[in-house]
Design a protein around this ligand. Structure first.
Ligand code: ATR
Length: 288
């Protein structure tokens, strides 16, 4: 009889999948959200070495309720969600990349991309930057940049220019996203001063700086690196050295995108500021 009253429901299972995955902060973030909202969940890191679709099916069959997807599987996740029976949010469809999966009835999957809304929320609500009517330079033309273009455009900036080491990729993206977006060479960035420069390249992950011209920075330029790590990134250092008034890494974006995923799974939007503060505190302790 006692057993009946001692019964505790099993926690729902979530995880982040990628490769590498060891440094992902998503488990810490989701566990903090769970504590805050009193939701009983498990959240793990899963390194995928073999087939991505197989890894997803396996997790789904083992009582998984949802997944975050990170490098290099966001496009694979989008492809999986284009299969008959599965569904995609509009923003994930336009990004052609998925970072959140929710498992639904009849083994179907709903895919979303919360990266762009995470960036926009961090810029506007945490940093206080007004995207509307601003001139934006996006550096990079891979999945990370593609994922944030739609939500940035929705905020009505004056212009968005994309520059990339491989120019053809910047031109392809600009064409896909229409008249608000244009591709510029690194040389052409010297003709304009930007209110916001976002580094969406993978260069910082290897301790490198993408090629950039100092003259595109001015005293009211905000520089934002979508990468988050324990160190100040080479791009942030470059921007400060060249007179940017503020630099930010991608921690706020990471926490904000996680909050939107959390809402998709649990129907509650957690508070993000205490979690950003907590993780950056851990960051400072590790760094000192
Ligand atoms: P993701 O999906 O994470 O964006 P990706 O599709 O491999 O990853 O794109 C990585 C981006 O970082 C690209 O814009 C890449 O430039 P190329 O298109 O020329 O490859 C850019 N990138 C990576 N390393 C770089 C470096 N050292 N300098 C400049 N750009 C770099």
């Amino acid at each position: 009889m006692n057993d009946l009253f001692d019964f505790k429901p099993k926690p729902t299972r979530f995880a982040v999948m990628g490769n590498p995955i060891e440094h992902s902060r998503s488990p810490e973030i989701h566990r903090e959200f769970a504590l805050q909202t009193s939701i009983n969940l498990e959240y793990d890191r899963i390194r995928v070495d073999g087939g991505f679709n197989q890894a997803v099916s396996h997790f789904q069959a083992s009582n998984g309720a949802g997944l975050n997807i990170t490098v290099p599987f966001k496009v694979d996740a989008w492809k999986l969600c284009t299969r008959t029976g599965n569904q995609l949010s509009t923003r994930a469809d336009s990004a052609r990349a998925v970072n959140t999966l929710r498992f639904q009835e009849k083994d179907t999957i709903y895919g979303d991309n919360t990266d762009g809304i995470g960036l926009v929320t961090d810029l506007q609500q945490n940093i206080g930057f007004a995207i509307e009517e601003s001139s934006i330079l996006l550096v990079g033309a891979g999945g990370a940049v593609r994922g944030v273009l739609g939500p940035l455009i929705e905020c009505c900036p004056k212009s968005i220019e994309i520059t990339n080491r491989t120019m053809s990729k910047a031109s392809d993206l600009a064409e896909l996203f229409g008249e608000k977006v244009s591709a510029v060479t690194i040389e052409e960035t010297t003709r304009r001063k930007y209110d916001l420069i976002i580094n969406g390249t993978a260069a910082g992950l290897h301790g490198q700086l993408p090629e950039l011209k100092p003259t595109c920075v001015r005293s009211n330029t905000l520089a934002y690196d979508m990468v988050y790590g324990l160190q100040t990134t080479p791009f942030m250092e470059w921007a400060l050295d060249n007179g940017a008034y503020a630099v930010h890494d991608g921690l706020g974006m990471l926490v904000e995108q996680a909050a939107v995923s959390f809402h998709l799974w649990h129907g509650i939007h957690p508070q993000t500021k205490p979690v950003i503060e907590l993780i950056s505190k851990i960051h400072h302790v590790r760094n000192s």
